[in-house]
Design a protein around this ligand. Sequence first.
Ligand code: HEM
Ligand SMILES: *[C@@H]1O[C@H](CO)[C@@H](O)[C@H](O)[C@H]1NC(C)=O
Ligand SMILES: *[C@@H]1O[C@H](CO)[C@@H](O)[C@H](O)[C@H]1NC(C)=O
Ligand SMILES: *[C@@H]1O[C@H](CO)[C@@H](O)[C@H](O)[C@H]1NC(C)=O
Ligand SMILES: *[C@@H]1O[C@H](CO)[C@@H](O)[C@H](O)[C@H]1NC(C)=O
Ligand SMILES: *[C@@H]1O[C@H](CO)[C@@H](O)[C@H](O)[C@H]1NC(C)=O
Length: 319
Amino acid sequence: MAKISISPIITLVLILNVVSYSEAALGAHYYDQTCPQAESIIYQTICNASIYDPKVPARLLRMFFHDCFIREKQGCDASLLLDSTPENKAEKDGPPNISVRSFYVIENAKAKLEKACPRTVSCADIIAIAARDVVALSQGPWWHVLKGRTDGRVSKANETIDLPSPFSNTTTLIQSFAKRGLTVKDLVALSGGHTLGFSHCSSFSARLHNISDPSINSKFAINLKKKCPIHNKDRNAGEFLDSTSARFDNDYYKRITMGKGVFGSDQAMYGDTRTKPIVDSFAKDEKLFFSEFAASMVKLGNVGVKEDGEIRVKCSIVN
Ligand code: HEM
Ligand SMILES: *[C@@H]1O[C@H](CO)[C@@H](O)[C@H](O)[C@H]1NC(C)=O
Ligand SMILES: *[C@@H]1O[C@H](CO)[C@@H](O)[C@H](O)[C@H]1NC(C)=O
Ligand SMILES: *[C@@H]1O[C@H](CO)[C@@H](O)[C@H](O)[C@H]1NC(C)=O
Ligand SMILES: *[C@@H]1O[C@H](CO)[C@@H](O)[C@H](O)[C@H]1NC(C)=O
Ligand SMILES: *[C@@H]1O[C@H](CO)[C@@H](O)[C@H](O)[C@H]1NC(C)=O
């Protein structure tokens, strides 16, 4: 009897150990003593920037994904913000089809934080908080961001090729996420980030001019072809990723169920038995999507967190 009553406790202790060990560096109250105003300074900067430029929310959300995904062992370390130097081409200048913008918003928040609490808040934490704030500002969910990341000193353009491609199949996407400790559910939930923003023709036009792609809704394909003709000369041409591109909602999943996913990689999730039921559940239940998205963003924020980096003074250069 004694054994039976002890074993659940041992199990519990083991689980708690594993959880607290792997997330030891990060905490929701990390700056409570050292920079209590950190989150409100970041929020004000994000709000102001998003009013001036409505493209800012989508760009900052994508920035967080890329920062955490490139160099998976040293994921969310603001390596994406480093400028290239004469000796080194940085992630920022990787293949143009992954290019992210609006770096200045993070730099502005950093400048204000350096005045309020010098050398305290990492650029990596600013990106993580900004990604939460832009989702909330776009009427999406809100969550507690765990903080305490430090900033990396390495950024290599060629490593952006490890990012998943819009032409990837679901197996490749699942493997890419698994390498970062993320599950199939995390993949489907985080892909919901495509409820915000825009894509250039180059990221999807190959599938339009392919009449044998049965997964694409034919009327949708005709519309997209008008926007992205074969000999497209407009480099800025493209399409919004869902029909409510400034509002964080579950429209992205509804459109996938109708064959109206913009990227082959998004639409492929509806043709795979591992991901289709999850897409259906998010298309039906927006609250479920919101809570799963929030949980998966916290997990994305744990990818390759560094404890031995630095707190950059300026986000674009190492100290
Ligand atoms: C699952 C694998 C993913 C692939 C293959 C992928 C691919 C892409 C591509 C090709 C673009 C368009 C780039 C362009 O043509 O300008 C894009 C845009 C975007 N992605 Fe993803 N993405 C993925 C996951 C994610 C995740 C996890 C998030 C965030 C949680 C995200 C957020 C965004 C946002 C917000 C945009 C719009 C950016 C803008 O309007 O400037 N993506 N993605
Ligand atoms: C608000 O954003 C604009 C445009 O980026 C910038 O010029 C201005 O300095 C910002 N104001 C504050 C208070 O951050
Ligand atoms: C990128 O280039 C560096 C050398 O500059 C090399 O060590 C590394 O393996 C390359 N990474 C990829 C993903 O090609
Ligand atoms: C998925 O894509 C990878 C890489 O292009 C390829 O090797 C693999 O055969 C594909 N898997 C399926 C099921 O199509
Ligand atoms: C995106 O960049 C990668 C790496 O340079 C390249 O292989 C791929 O063809 C590019 N895709 C498009 C659509 O430009
Ligand atoms: C065209 O569509 C078929 C069927 O979905 C797919 O196997 C093939 O890879 C696509 N080709 C291109 C160039 O996208």
